[in-house]
Design a protein around this ligand. Structure first.
Ligand code: FES
Length: 377
């Protein structure tokens, strides 16, 4: 999809799958327009709590380093040495160090020399960051979706952390948007949550097939359990790519590596006070339902892979149906569960980001080269 063209028409709901899911130009535009400025989940805030702590991650396809200096300031930058070899600075997923020496020509880097870069924000024990110095509004607060996300986290604790040492990381041969769309309003997975699966997952009986609604907001869309006391997220997507599984209180980040390859990072969330037994149970639930070989994720990933392949080989326009909003006294706009409202909201948001993005320019967040000869080894 070239500059100025549209893959999704929000007015009619018409989607061009080849342009949306299989086009290298679209992929490049997404990285610039969506993933460079967007707030992205990094992990639990404790990963970056002390001076020297660093985290090596990805925002979309771009490698990113977060590193806290001796001055107490945590900085965000692209994880690339500015030397001619362009090697990654940090290789480990996370760790603690006050210097990192580039393996290529030996330049020594420190967190204090990363210079001004992106922004960090902590939300209920979770760390979010953006590569932009002028990011969009933080989506977890100030939007109706944030209210629903907060309600889900309330079921765990005031602040949350990971059940395990690190997220599960896996890859799917599919376009990332197919996953993000599905989490926006996934009746199929809800039906998969049959009574016997509830038993296997050891979920409360109340989770067994509640009536559902779809929710759309400017920052995210979800399938909600329509419970009078507290509507709760069954599945949801905080735009662009943070997908929420309310069944197992886990979140999944879908990072595009190329148009047909997505890295998934799956985080099982628990209270920091959870003991080893509770952490094991939470991890087990997430892994059984939505880990690399989970009941739902294996079926879902097959669908995403097939849809990506179809978009490459035999693309035909798709029409997402319009739906009439319902009257409900809750934050956000509510639609019937059996509708395309969530997917339309996501794709409309996605197309708008591409349409409104400024023209690409040279990436400005790389770390500085050593200023003096003595800085280089
Ligand atoms: S790439 Fe040569 S010093 Fe880093």
């Amino acid at each position: 999809m070239a500059e100025g063209e549209q893959a999704f028409d929000a007015a009619s709901g018409r989607l061009d799958p080849a342009a949306a899911y299989a086009c290298p130009d679209t992929f490049a535009r997404e990285q610039h327009a969506i993933f460079d400025p967007a707030w992205q989940l990094v992990g639990p805030a404790e990963w970056l709590a002390s001076p020297g702590n660093y985290v090596n991650t990805r925002f979309g396809a771009r490698p990113v380093l977060l590193w806290r200096g001796r001055d107490g300031i945590a900085r965000v930058t692209e994880n690339l040495c500015p030397g001619i070899g362009g090697k990654p600075l940090a290789k480990a997923g996370r760790g603690s160090a006050f210097t990192i020496d580039c393996a290529c020509h030996g330049w020594r880097h420190t967190p204090e020399r990363l210079g001004p870069g992106g922004q960090l924000r902590e939300y209920r024990g979770l760390l979010f960051a953006s590569l932009s110095t002028d990011p969009p509004p933080f989506p977890c607060t100030g939007d109706a979706f944030g209210w629903h996300l907060g309600a889900m986290l309330d079921c765990i604790a005031e602040t949350v952390t990971l059940a395990g040492e690190q997220p599960l990381e896996w890859r799917v041969a599919a376009n990332w948007k197919l996953a993000a769309q599905q989490f926006c309003g996934d009746m199929a997975r809800r039906r998969l949550m049959a009574d016997d699966l509830h038993e296997v997952l050891d979920l409360p009986p109340a989770w067994s097939d509640p009536p559902a609604l779809q929710l759309t907001t400017p920052a995210g869309a979800a399938l909600l359990a329509d419970e009078p006391a507290l509507p709760r997220i069954l599945t949801g997507t905080l735009f662009p790519n943070l997908c929420i599984d309310g069944f197992t209180c886990s979140v999944h980040l879908f990072n595009p590596l190329d148009p047909a390859l997505t890295q998934v990072r799956s985080f099982s969330l628990v209270s920091p006070a959870a003991d080893a037994c509770e952490r094991r149970a939470a991890l087990r639930r997430m892994t059984l339902l939505f880990g690399p070989t989970g009941f739902a994720s294996m079926a879902d990933a097959d669908c995403w892979t097939a849809a990506t392949r179809n978009a490459q080989l035999a693309p035909r326009p798709v029409h997402l149906a319009d739906a009439v909003a319902m009257t409900r006294n809750m934050p956000g706009t509510v639609f019937p569960a059996e509708s395309d409202a969530g997917q339309r909201a996501f794709l409309g948001w996605w197309q708008q980001q591409l349409d409104c993005a400024p023209a690409p320019r040279e990436q400005r967040l790389r770390v500085a080269a050593p200023r003096e000869a003595s800085d280089a080894l």
